[in-house]
Design a protein around this ligand. Structure first.
Ligand SMILES: Cc1ncc(COP(=O)(O)O)c(C=O)c1O
Length: 450
């Protein structure tokens, strides 16, 4: 058996995806035009799947700070902080993060993935217990593999289920670390945080870590996330987060009020054995982070935009995630139609994320959008209109359950507008022919969310 033979199923799945048109993994943006538009296949395309919640990727001051750092400190650090030392910027950014959260210590990681990997695997060791939500992100599942702790999943967003599992561990001496996320990345649903805090407070030697990847900048008066929004920051032991979404760059962090936290650096392999973030990334992260607390108007716009997209798609008759949030996911049962809808939108000039099992809850096929404060109302209206039109063509929704659908495409021929706005008939998306094999994977319910 050859080393690549185990990928046969994956290869088959890729082929099936490609038989419908574009494959998500093979996409290449030819030019990024703004936080909400790019050139794709020679067409101006609206970006509706980028996690660029505050639209900061082209912020002039952040770009300028990155350029200056690049010129003065070079392109990279070429080593880890433990082996090769820290730059001023690393320390300064950690102080910024700790100040932003009003907490004692922050540790910077090279990505959000590594922040979860490094924090969780170091904090929970042999003899300890990791209690994780069943719908956790892949980085959390991978952290569990790296940790020597015993892993106990609990039902998604079910604090009672967690409570029962913790009760069974009452006489065990090891520490218990609960891991939850603020906004879950596939369906955009939020954790009932107060319930989880109450459960945590009932049990001794029990700690709570929350991943605020999708809520930093998005929730809370000062943009600190769900813990601020719910008013429970004092009850949270550890927060992890990423700079790859609202902050518009790359990098991750762990922040805590526990005074002993610094020692985690020397127990965390994903912190120790990888190169530290480059100066330009650190500089732009610092600049953007400094604007988050005051970005109230952007947050307001973001939620207005999220509401427009969610209600538009709901009124069209689609089944979505349970709540309005900047992540809006259309839930579909039929893999072929999900792929056809994703391709149809792409051909019409709208880029969304196609999420497939086992990365999705309940084996759903998801067309996931993430909204930005930088989207215009016109862009969102167009996305809703096209989702409706293509959904009707594919038989995913019917006009009778589509309350507000206006299925006439806007027919403005203007090269400066996204391809979708031009609406020429030859560009109209069509469902592709039925594939010969149903080689798409079945959900096994056990895999981590991407
Ligand atoms: C919940 C969650 N945590 C962590 C990460 C990892 O973040 P990064 O892209 O910075 O590695 C993601 C990214 O998608 C995420 O959705």
């Amino acid at each position: 058996m050859g080393i690549f033979d185990k990928f046969a199923d994956l290869l088959e799945q890729t082929k099936t995806l490609s038989s419908f048109g574009q494959s998500p993994a093979g996409l290449k943006f030819e030019k990024i035009l703004s936080p909400t538009e790019a050139m794709l296949n020679g067409k101006r395309t609206i970006l509706l799947g980028t996690n660029n919640y505050l639209g900061m990727t082209f912020d002039e001051e952040s770009v300028q700070c990155a350029i200056e750092a690049l010129k003065s400190e070079g392109t990279g650090t070429t080593g880890s902080r433990v082996a090769n030392g820290s730059y001023n910027g690393h320390k300064a950014l950690e102080e910024d993060i700790a100040d932003f959260y009003g907490m004692h210590t922050a540790i910077l990681f090279s990505t959000g993935y590594q922040a979860n990997l490094g924090a969780i695997s170091a904090l929970a060791g042999r003899g300890d217990y990791l209690l994780i939500d069943a719908d956790s992100h892949a980085s959390i599942y991978d952290a569990c593999r790296l940790s020597d702790a015993q892993v106990i999943p609990f039902r998604h967003n079910d604090a009672d289920n967690l409570n029962r599992k913790l009760k069974r561990l009452e006489n065990e001496p090891g520490s218990k670390l609960i891991i939850i996320e603020s906004i879950y990345s596939m369906l955009g649903d939020m954790v009932p945080l107060q319930d989880f805090v109450d459960v945590k407070n009932k049990h001794d030697n029990t700690y709570l870590l929350i991943d605020e990847a999708h809520s930093l900048g998005v929730l809370g008066d000062k943009g600190r996330g769900l813990c601020e929004h719910v008013g429970v920051e004092d009850d949270i032991d550890f927060i992890t987060g990423t700079f790859s979404k609202s902050i518009g760059t790359v990098g991750g962090f762990l922040v805590s009020n526990h005074k002993e936290m610094d020692i985690v650096r020397l127990a965390s392999r994903p912190y120790m054995f990888t190169a530290s973030p480059p100066p330009s990334v650190v500089a732009s992260a610092r600049q953007t982070l400094s604007t988050v607390a005051a970005a109230t108007d952007k947050r307001k716009q973001l939620w207005e935009n999220a509401t427009q997209l969610y209600t538009g798609l709901k009124n069209a008759g689609y089944e979505l995630g349970p709540t309005i949030s900047p992540i809006v996911a259309i839930r579909l049962q039929d893999p072929e139609k999900a792929i056809a809808l994703w391709n149809g939108l792409l051909e019409a000039g709208i880029y969304t994320n196609l999420a497939l099992p086992p990365a999705t809850p309940f084996g759903w096929y998801l067309l996931r959008s993430s909204i930005s404060a930088a989207h215009t109302s016109e862009q969102i209206a167009l996305a809703v209109e096209l989702c409706t039109k293509i959904g009707v063509e594919l038989g995913l929704i019917t006009l009778s359950n589509s309350k507000k659908a206006n299925i006439e495409l806007v027919s403005v021929k203007d090269e400066t507008k996204p391809a979708a706005l031009n609406g020429s008939s030859e560009k109209r998306p069509r469902a592709k022919a039925e594939p010969k094999s149903a080689a798409l994977p079945k959900a096994d319910g056990s895999a981590a969310r991407a």
